[in-house]
Write a protein that binds this ligand. Structure first.
Ligand SMILES: Cc1cc2nc3c(=O)[nH]c(=O)nc-3n(C[C@H](O)[C@H](O)[C@H](O)COP(=O)(O)OP(=O)(O)OC[C@H]3O[C@@H](n4cnc5c(N)ncnc54)[C@H](O)[C@@H]3O)c2cc1C
Length: 380
């Protein structure tokens, strides 16, 4: 399975999945049949993370073809991403604390042999070694495999989740600050305190379709504990009134401006920001190239709308002192850059689907799920 790098490729993938495989999703989604057989899942996350296709268009296309009752599980998963994002937006310190702790663990583990063996796929656990290779070469792992991987990393190899989350972000094409950080916290047992995810021999055997047997793991580990609690920050995510003729910035999480809520507004210039500079977490060359090609594809499509759009480096946004707008980059490294440079002239534009959804992210996903019909009704 390869990930091509254009919006047209992503749309084809989505349409094929809706047409051929979506109705089997609920039954088969938890199986990792291996890299040559990914029909049971959509493999859309590298595109959705970059906004090359977005959740609203996915849901609308799904519901054009299938009844909600038949596609509910898939729609729920699509909205999990928005839920995790909203959860982190309401508690941005979880991200900043993650980066602080990551630095501490990097230093502490800089000569740790187990850590380097894990990252080079040189452990005594064959499936884990294979997944390391797959992660580095395919830049994607099945969701269940991500759970097993993280669980083995934390509970059997006894390594800090923070370093594992960094390893994922470095190599995943869909690397995303919210889904990744909170996914790892969830496996560790600190996202839902006291509830961890323990990978087990039988579960791996069954859901890899017997590809891996007799996997020896620590199946009795206790959840990790964090004493830190986070209160909910106040942010109403309201959009400013847009003045015509200003500049718009697009970061690498929103690469389909032409179908965005703001497509009809008159921006003077559109600048797509190459966010690969000045990162705390360095991305692999393959991920960098994937991002660059997606940015380039957005540029080509934008040239039909506005001739003066271009790709700039993130530090160049400091050159603009007048008001500029930015499609909201969300909690993560791009927003950190804006905040740490105190770029107060940048006004954020929030997507309607986020504005609608994030108000329900103060509690758990089971609570959020109740609002899904309401969210869908208001976006379509
Ligand atoms: C430890 C860990 C780390 C993860 N890191 C990331 C990450 O960096 N980036 C990322 O996009 N996802 C991450 N996920 C979530 C999930 O594994 C991927 O989104 C999913 O595997 C993508 O494959 P797919 O597109 O075939 O998903 P499908 O099953 O086809 O789902 C459709 C879409 O729903 C969304 N989705 C599905 N499952 C989840 C989930 N559990 N959380 C959030 N959104 C979901 C994705 O946008 C996905 O494209 C992580 C999960 C875990 C357990």
């Amino acid at each position: 399975m390869n990930f091509l790098n254009k919006r047209t490729d992503a749309l084809k993938k989505l349409e094929y999945f809706i047409e051929k495989n979506l109705l089997e999703y609920t039954k088969l989604r938890n199986f990792d049949f291996g890299t040559q057989n990914r029909k049971n899942i959509s493999c859309l996350s590298p595109y959705v993370t970059h906004g090359v296709i977005n959740e609203k268009e996915i849901i609308n296309k799904v519901l054009k073809k299938h009844l909600f009752g038949k596609s509910e599980k898939f729609i729920q998963e699509v909205l999990w991403r928005i839920y995790w994002k909203g959860w982190l937006e309401l508690r941005p310190d979880v991200w900043s604390d993650y980066l602080i702790n990551l630095k501490i663990y990097r230093e502490k583990y800089k000569n740790n042999k187990n850590y380097f063996n894990a990252m080079s796929g040189n452990t005594s656990i064959q499936c884990f070694n294979d997944w390391v290779k797959e992660l580095k070469e395919k830049n994607y792992l099945h969701n269940h495999t991500r759970m097993w991987f993280a669980s083995i990393w934390i509970f059997t190899l006894d390594l800090p989740w923070e370093l594992g989350a960094e390893f994922f972000l470095k190599h995943l094409y869909d690397g995303d600050s919210a889904s990744n950080t909170l996914g790892w916290r969830w496996v560790a047992g600190i996202q839902t305190p006291g509830k961890h995810y323990l990978a087990s021999e039988w579960n791996i055997k069954k859901f890899t379709n017997n590809r891996y047997e007799k996997v020896k793991l620590n199946e009795s580990a206790k959840p990790k504990i964090s004493n830190k609690t986070y209160s909910i920050s106040k942010n109403d995510f309201l959009n400013p009134e847009i003045i015509d003729g200003k500049i718009l910035l697009i970061f690498d999480n929103n690469l389909s401006f032409e179908i965005s809520d703001f497509q009809d507004k008159k921006f003077n210039k559109i600048l797509i920001v190459n966010s690969n500079e000045r990162r705390d977490i360095l991305l692999s060359d393959r991920v960098m190239k994937f991002k660059e090609s997606l940015l380039q594809d957005q540029l080509e499509r934008l040239k039909n709308l506005s001739k003066d759009c271009k790709i700039i480096k993130i530090e160049d946004i400091k050159k603009y002192s007048d008001i500029i707008y930015a499609l909201y980059p969300s909690v993560g490294e791009n927003l950190d850059f804006i905040n740490s440079n105190k770029l107060k002239n940048i006004q954020f534009l929030y997507r309607k689907i986020d504005q609608l959804s994030w108000q329900y992210c103060n509690k758990g996903f089971f609570n959020f799920k109740n609002y899904i019909p309401k969210i869908i009704q208001n976006i379509s």
